[in-house]
Ligand binder design. Structure first.
Ligand SMILES: Cc1cc2nc3c(=O)[nH]c(=O)nc-3n(C[C@H](O)[C@H](O)[C@H](O)COP(=O)(O)OP(=O)(O)OC[C@H]3O[C@@H](n4cnc5c(N)ncnc54)[C@H](O)[C@@H]3O)c2cc1C
Length: 447
């Protein structure tokens, strides 16, 4: 089995495959630790995946817990704790992706996957007669190489090089997001009480004091986290290094600050023409006085990437190639979250593959592999379709403004919105809010 890309989707898939006794080669073009454009925020849905996988998240190792979202918009500020549900934990986490991805890759290697870093996969190897993917070509530190396996998992992120090479282009009718983030050091600053316990979500971006400056396109976030361990003290030299506990001095805190926006289609995104980096710089000027930072406290250059949403590449399985995570467009159109779905798809794909490989090659195995797209669509397809409708509505600034101004002061409505936007509801049973969202998600066609 070959897995291409050791981000959350690939490392999760590789860990589950190795645990199931499948010989697994995990190929990653960079070397850990590597930087990654991300808000570094894990919702309870992602925390649930960590628990499934058995990846520890002790605070002594740099994980920071949060209680929910503090939402700003329409002149209002509201704290929305993560919902208390039987199906999900009630806390979120942050950890810099440098640390997180390294630990996930290490976890996969410890489970028995063979991790090869510095291996840039250049394309699929195709069977001449059937056109089926039978391996990959790659540029390795020792020169060009070929790797063969009965199946290949494409976990190569938004670039989706493998999916593109086998003719699975982006669907133009899916929402397209773009986000950019930077990091700001707050060492030893006196912060307002509770500041570190919430992930801040700003539904409106002002280029001056709210309601006095101009409203800019997009939304923003401020997620407190510990400073990246791998940058700060250089541990984690390769995925074999032993896990090292960190004793963070009090106040050694960083905030991950970013802005993003979403459009309902590639065409709408092209028309928007937003300079995201300039937008972030302007917003930092507005945000700085509230958090007590200045431009001199910025510790990382802005990093941006596209957010591929709502299964924007399909089929998720065909002719020897399985798509997981961003490679299959699995970012939520509601909130730009991608880590939970990347890990979920890695877990489900690995389960299906292990079952399929226990059968002889042929139609029986193929039928078994085709259950993976069905499983993904069953679990999040309807929800993603609702997200596509949501994006069509909120991409009109006037609709967004009315929603924030009149919605935020209504706590019950906002608790419902929180459950909907963060995909945190009981799939069966629960209260009237859970039942409403579950019914809508079931009724929406998974496409
Ligand atoms: C600015 C920004 C902020 C975000 N914030 C959040 C957030 O706070 N929470 C959240 O849940 N999601 C967030 N997301 C989305 C999230 O980052 C992605 O959805 C998630 O990383 C997807 O995981 P993945 O494993 O599919 O892909 P990736 O994390 O992109 O991993 C792909 C891996 O494949 C490797 N690779 C690529 N090409 C090749 C190749 N040819 N050969 C070998 N290896 C290859 C890459 O080096 C990488 O390691 C954010 C995204 C952006 C851009």
């Amino acid at each position: 089995m070959i897995v291409v890309g050791a981000g959350p989707a690939g490392s999760t898939a590789a860990a589950y495959l190795a645990n199931a006794g499948v010989a697994t080669l995990l190929l990653e073009k960079s070397s850990f630790p590597r930087p990654k454009a991300c808000g570094d925020g894990l919702t309870p849905r992602a925390v649930k995946e960590l628990i499934h996988l058995g990846l520890p998240f002790a605070e002594a190792d740099g994980w920071m817990r949060n209680r929910g979202l503090r939402v700003f918009g329409g002149g209002h500020e509201l704290e929305l704790p993560w919902p208390r549900l039987a199906s999900f934990p009630d806390f979120g986490l942050t950890l810099p992706r440098e640390d997180f991805d390294l630990r996930l890759a290490r976890h996969a290697a410890q489970a028995g996957a063979e991790l090869r870093e510095g291996v840039n996969v250049t394309g699929p190897l195709l069977d001449d007669r059937s056109g089926r993917v039978i391996g990959v070509t790659a540029a390795t530190p020792d020169g060009p190489a070929e790797f063969r396996a009965p199946l290949v998992v494409a976990a190569d992120g938004v670039s989706a090089r493998l999916a593109t090479a086998v003719g699975r282009p982006k669907k133009p009718n899916r929402p397209v997001g773009v986000a950019v983030r930077t990091r700001i050091r707050l060492d030893g600053r006196a912060l307002a009480p509770g500041r570190l316990e919430w992930m801040e979500s700003h539904l409106e971006l002002w280029d001056g004091p709210p309601a006095q400056g101009r409203l800019m396109p997009g939304y923003g976030w401020v997620f407190p986290e510990a400073a990246a361990q791998t940058q700060a003290d250089g541990i984690g030299q390769g995925a074999d290094a032993a896990p090292t506990a960190r004793h963070r001095p009090p106040g050694d805190v960083v905030v991950n600050v970013g802005v993003g926006s979403v459009a309902s289609s590639a065409q709408a995104a092209g028309a928007a023409k937003v300079n995201y980096r300039a937008l972030l710089t302007k917003w930092l000027d507005t945000l700085g006085p509230r958090w007590g930072f200045t431009a001199a406290d910025v510790i990382d250059r802005p990093r941006s990437a596209a957010l591929p949403m709502a299964f924007n590449r399909q089929p998720l399985y065909a002719r020897g190639l399985v798509l997981v995570g961003d490679a299959g467009g699995m970012v939520s159109p509601f909130d730009g979250e991608g880590i939970a779905y990347a890990m979920q798809s890695g877990r489900l794909a690995a389960g299906v593959i292990a079952q399929a490989l226990a059968r002889p090659s042929g139609e029986g195995r193929e039928a078994s592999l085709r259950t993976y797209p069905e499983l993904m669509k069953e679990s999040v397809g309807g929800y993603f379709s609702l997200g596509r409708v949501f994006v069509k509505l909120i991409e009109h600034p006037a609709v967004m403004r009315v929603c924030t101004r009149y919605g935020l002061p209504r706590p019950t409505l906002m608790r419902l919105v929180m459950k909907l936007l963060s995909d945190l509801y009981e799939p069966r049973g629960g209260d009237w809010m859970d039942r409403t969202i579950a019914t809508l998600a079931r009724m929406a066609p998974a496409a």
